[in-house]
Design a binder for this molecule. Structure first.
Ligand SMILES: [Zn+2]
Length: 328
């Protein structure tokens, strides 16, 4: 009897554990799998260093998964203390001070107009359904002061000299856009510039969300800023004086994390993508990006253009004069 009792006890324990396991499994089925379960340290370092000194991308890595759904409940703009108004539709939320209500309407229009451009060049637009229900929050600031305050509240960093910024977090749950901020005093000087800066920042959003963070990623700044200029600025090519071109020939190493001067990173980066388009058409630029998201730049140059980074760099430098409008 005694022996039988202990067998029954063992069986009971066994059945209970099996039930518990089934329960755990059922619970697991409801949870979304972590998108980035194992982010390499090199990639984490890159995420945390992005925008270093230029302040128009502010990205951070968080090891803690972000619970879903994401939505927009926690947005800084929802806090009545900010005094911001809200203009919202199915994809976007614009947070703005009353004095910028006309700009808010324009911002919403430019946001919608950006979608096909992002789909075309970056390869995908990220709708709320791709972001656990989160709409893109765009904040409008009047000038330096409220811009810096919003920057600090949303990102926790210092605004520096930037006119616009895209603030995001990468965690095992994926890419989370905290917000885009535009500084009115510099960005709203004319409508074209407003659209260009807004599309530049929206490119950071879609490009950043397209990268596979499970891979070792360490992209140079000419790539992140250059593609934002290339996608954001339509209908005109960058222009450079002969001195700028000489500087870039000396300074710019396409394999280095960044170029020494700001104009080299932005305008210079823009010329790199324009040159790529001249050589391999827009379809080449798009194919290049698709491979970059998963395998990085050297692999993408090899796969798509059968070339190396130094060979592409030499060809780009040899042809930089085409960006000098005064050349004969
Ligand atoms: Zn940028």
């Amino acid at each position: 009897m005694k022996r039988l009792g202990s067998i029954a006890a063992v069986l009971l324990v066994f059945i209970l554990s099996a039930l518990a396991l089934i329960k755990v499994y059922d619970k697991g089925k409801d949870q979304k799998p972590l998108r980035y379960a194992d982010i390499p340290q090199e990639t984490i370092d890159w995420i945390n260093s992005l925008g270093n000194g230029l302040d128009d991308i502010f990205s951070t890595f968080s090891p803690v998964p972000r619970p879903t759904p994401w939505g927009n409940k926690g947005d800084v703009g929802k806090d009545p203390e900010t005094g911001l108004e809200t203009l919202e539709d199915e994809y976007f939320i614009i947070y703005y001070p009353k004095s910028l209500s006309k700009r808010a309407e324009l911002t919403l229009r430019y946001a919608h107009e950006a979608i096909p451009r992002m789909e075309d060049i970056v390869g995908k637009y990220y709708y709320p359904e791709d972001m656990n229900g989160r709409k893109v929050p765009i904040y409008l600031a009047v000038g330096n002061e409220d811009y810096a305050a919003l920057y600090k509240k949303i990102g926790g960093g210092d605004a520096g000299n930037s006119d616009g910024v895209t603030i995001y977090e990468i965690s095992p749950s994926g890419f989370f856009l905290k917000g885009i901020i535009l500084k009115g005093s510099s960005v709203f000087r004319d409508d074209t510039y407003h659209r260009e800066v807004q599309w530049h920042e929206m490119t950071h959003y879609c490009f950043g969300a397209s990268i596979d963070y499970n891979q070792r990623v360490n992209l140079p700044m000419w790539c992140t800023e250059g593609i934002a200029e290339y996608t954001g600025i339509t209908g005109r090519r960058p222009q450079l004086g002969p001195q700028d071109i000489e500087m870039m020939r000396k300074d710019c190493d396409l394999s280095a994390p960044y170029f020494p001067y700001v104009f080299e990173v932005y305008t210079g980066g823009h010329t790199i993508f324009c040159h790529m388009e001249d050589r391999y058409k827009v379809s080449g630029v798009k194919a290049f990006l698709q491979t970059v998201y998963k395998e990085g730049i050297p692999a993408s140059m090899k796969e798509n253009f059968s070339t190396t980074v130094p060979a592409f760099e030499a060809d780009w430098k040899a042809n930089l004069d085409k960006f000098n409008p005064r050349r004969k």
